[in-house]
Design a binder for this molecule. Structure first.
Ligand SMILES: Cc1ncc(COP(=O)(O)O)c(C=O)c1O
Length: 365
């Protein structure tokens, strides 16, 4: 039996350090935005090669606060159009709506499952003011989008919720590619907390100051409120936990790549479409997503042989009840991906035997 992801086993590696961190917090007693949050923010900004980092409540808030921040600064106006990949996790689209902007769903490449500069071009018009790239499944989006955004004077925002540590050929990392980036530390992520958590990274000092204000009731000084903010702060205990796990992130990502290499080389079955990987370092394999016809049959097969799986994601955002305005739109590439994708186990605590078992099981399908 191979579980999709054993979170207990994943975090058991750090148990002693977590307990020490908890004891330390009890003694220190800075529960909200104290030293532990500042320390993690400094470490994570440095890790991504960004000038600033702000810990927030979760990945959705990170995205929403970036967009609201740009609205506050006058760089976006209510109703402006924002390009997003149609096949993303719904949070990307929700953030645009929560910020009072209009999401424009654009089809991804069927090869990489990410937006491409070519695919975006035909959607550009004077109403489009920003692009959110999503580094889906851990693979960086097309680097040419950075040039496209600059040439057209558009804000470029990264949804890096699945891509902690992914690196471009020029060594720029997820979190320091666009004007600002949003991370999620949801427990299953490559850098995951023991609860909810998120962060904004940016080189834009003005945006940094604005998001710092917005995440904390619009306040820099207690009980002095300068603007209408929210309460979305990274929890101090989670910050301490993340500082511990950050030290292991590169090793974990390397382990993920090693397993992915074995899958890519050793899974050989005409019925299974493997992911396309152009640059090794640009993929951190948050998920190893294959595609199959007749997914139900494949799922029953995996269940029979006790191989765990997850579907990222079973229903396309434009077909969700929550996004009724988009229900009549037809997006064939996105629909194909959602109807055929399935993620097989890939995580840093898998043993070689488990990886071999997954490979053999898929090859026998
Ligand atoms: C691509 C993407 N964007 C945004 C989010 C939102 O993150 P969170 O669940 O921390 O709000 C997630 C993760 O859940 C995600 O995978």
């Amino acid at each position: 039996m191979v579980k999709y992801l054993d979170l207990h086993k994943l975090n058991a590696r750090f148990e002693a350090a977590f307990k020490a961190e908890f004891n330390d917090l009890i003694i220190e007693s800075q529960y909200i935005l104290g030293n532990k949050v500042i320390t993690f923010e400094t470490e994570f900004a440095q890790y991504c090669g960004a000038s600033h980092c702000l810990g927030v409540g979760n990945g959705l808030d990170a995205l929403t606060l970036i967009l609201k921040g740009y609205v506050h600064l006058g760089k976006l106006n209510p109703g402006d159009h924002v390009i997003v990949p149609a096949n993303t996790f719904i949070a990307t689209i929700l953030s645009v709506i929560h910020a009072g902007l209009k999401p424009i769903l654009v089809e991804p490449s069927l090869q990489t499952y990410n937006l491409t500069a070519e695919g975006i071009k035909s959607h550009l018009n004077e109403q489009v003011k920003a692009i959110i790239i999503v580094h889906l499944y851990g693979q960086l989006a097309d680097p040419y989008i950075t040039t496209l955004a600059k040439t057209n004077n558009l804000l470029l925002i990264e949804d890096a919720a699945q891509a902690h540590g992914a690196k471009n050929r020029d060594n720029s990392m997820a979190g320091a590619i666009g004007d600002a980036a949003a991370f999620s530390f949801y427990p299953s992520k490559n850098l995951g907390a023991l609860g909810d958590g998120g962060a904004v990274t940016t080189n834009d000092k003005e945006l940094f100051n604005r998001v710092a204000l917005l995440r904390n009731y619009g306040s820099h000084k207690k009980y002095i409120n300068e603007t209408i903010g929210v309460n979305s702060r990274l929890d101090s205990l989670q910050a301490g936990i993340l500082s511990i796990k950050l030290k292991q992130l590169n090793n974990d990502n390397e382990k993920r790549r090693t397993i992915a290499q074995r899958y890519l080389k050793q899974i050989s079955n005409d019925k299974i479409i493997l992911p396309f990987v152009e640059v090794q370092q640009a993929h951190v394999f948050y998920a190893f997503v294959v595609r199959v016809e007749n997914r139900e049959v494949f799922m029953s097969y995996l269940e029979k042989y006790h191989v765990g799986f997850v579907i990222h994601y079973p229903i396309a955002p434009h077909q969700q009840n929550a996004l009724k305005d988009f229900n009549s739109v037809h997006l064939p590439i996105t629909e194909t991906i959602h109807n055929t994708c399935i993620s097989i186990p890939l995580n840093p605590i898998m043993s070689d035997e488990e990886v071999t078992y997954v490979i053999n099981t898929l090859n026998r399908y």
